[in-house]
Design a protein around this ligand. Structure first.
Ligand code: GLV
Ligand code: MN
Ligand code: MN
Length: 413
């Protein structure tokens, strides 16, 4: 058959995504499938069932990563790998992550029904806890797989209720026995929604990021003094929430102050005891700084950290800062990025070279194998929200690009 004319089944991809979107569906059209929850388990079970229907060799490792392997003509050759994540943000969208798992599944279904055998084996992967929203940090399971993070350190991470990562992994039945350890990979493709406004604004269908910005995460803990809000005069208070408020604005002002390409965000905060008539005595908040330039991001952190210490002192609060996680910016393999662009052109999809501002497991995979990503537009540039949306035709277009990227790479000897 003419391999160049091969196309995925867009309707099947759509119904597969719709089926998945029922698991953890939220009232306003999104999904909530926090990592290692019952919803995550349910979605994993369905994914494993679909892998088995394709006679793939399935294995689950000790971080709960799920791999499905399709044999090639020569199984001694390192596989072509593609995947993403099944977990979501709280009240997240129906496309983030899952498109990059169902996309390669659709590509493999297409190869299967056309009896196409490739030279190299092909592997599909669902990485555990990409989001890092329930258990910080993000991308931990690919991080352990490439040996950038320590497995036991990740096992001991706790959620907001004190539940341990490892215990939750065991509870949902996905703590496998295979060691989480890299093996030779020919190349890795991750298919994902853009999660930003650029493709839509430029009227493009396929984006090929040249890489991913650096991701730096921090946790700040403030301690003040609680007291009755009525009788306690304003002077002499040690209000931890007021200190946090000042600090949060400094983070928001940081990119403008620093110049260059950078974003900085406080997205999570806990206030104690969180009562309207008690002066807050304990606050925890997170800081997320991203840039293409790691040094620039570190310099920014140095400035804002000093500001934090000054503010804490002025407000009479003690401060503890944890430098939780750093992933350097990841420039992808230029040849693989060009392949994504070339295939998009061949298939007639307008394409664009860009940068990924979102983190992906591809950041870690890029440390051990030639890596590239395929982006499709996010309607209105919205993501990590229930209204996150991508046109079905665009989902299909991206899956076609992925299919042909995988095919080309799997024929390379
Ligand atoms: C991952 O979702 C990120 O934080 O970019
Ligand atoms: Mn994602
Ligand atoms: Mn995400």
């Amino acid at each position: 058959m003419d391999l160049k004319a091969l196309k995925v089944n867009g309707d099947r991809l759509r119904s597969t995504l719709e089926e998945m979107a029922k698991i953890g569906a939220t009232p306003d059209g999104g999904v909530q499938r926090l990592t290692l929850t019952d919803e995550d388990k349910q979605a994993r079970d369905l994914f494993v069932k679909w892998l088995k229907e394709l006679n793939l060799e399935v294995h689950i490792d000790e971080m709960g990563n799920i791999f499905g392997k399709r044999s090639g003509k020569n199984n001694d050759l390192p596989p072509v790998m593609s995947g993403s994540h099944i977990d979501s943000q709280p009240k997240g969208g129906r496309f983030d992550g899952i498109l990059g798992v169902m996309g390669p599944l659709e590509a493999l279904r297409t190869l299967h029904e056309n009896n196409i055998e490739t030279e190299r084996p092909i592997m599909i992967v669902d990485w555990t806890n990409e989001e890092g929203s329930r258990f910080a940090p993000a991308m931990v399971a690919s991080g352990v797989w490439v040996e950038a993070l320590d497995r036991n350190w990740v096992y001991d991470r706790t959620d907001i209720n004190g539940k341990r990562f490892e215990d939750e992994l065991t509870r949902i039945g996905y703590k496998g026995t295979v060691p989480t350890k890299k093996w030779p990979v020919h190349c890795y493709y991750e298919y994902h929604i853009e999660q930003g406004p650029i493709l839509e604004r430029e009227r493009k269908i396929i984006g090929a990021p040249k890489g991913i910005v650096c991701l730096h995460w921090y946790d700040v803990y403030l301690e003040g003094e609680a007291n009755q809000v009525g009788p306690t005069p304003m002077e002499g208070r040690h209000d931890a929430l007021c200190a946090a408020a000042e600090m949060i604005l400094r983070v928001n002002e940081l990119p403008a102050k620093m110049g260059g390409n950078m974003v900085a965000t406080v997205g999570e905060i806990q206030n104690h005891p969180n009562s309207r008539n008690i002066i807050p005595d304990g606050v925890h908040f997170t800081v997320d700084i991203r840039s293409w330039d790691d040094g620039h991001a570190l310099k920014a952190w140095g400035f804002v950290r000093k500001d934090f210490e000054t503010i804490a002192q002025q407000r009479g609060c003690s401060i503890r800062i944890e430098e939780t996680w750093r992933v350097e910016h990841s420039p992808f393999d230029p040849k693989l990025v060009q392949r994504v662009l070339d295939i998009a052109q061949e298939l007639g999809y307008p394409d664009l070279r860009m940068v990924s501002g979102a983190g992906h497991d591809a950041s870690y995979m890029n440390q051990v194998a030639p890596t590239a990503m395929i982006f499709v537009p996010s309607i209105g540039g919205r993501s990590h929200v229930e209204v996150e949306n991508t046109r079905w035709e665009d989902c299909e277009a991206g899956a076609n690009v992925l299919l042909h990227c995988i095919l080309q790479s799997a024929e390379e000897i």
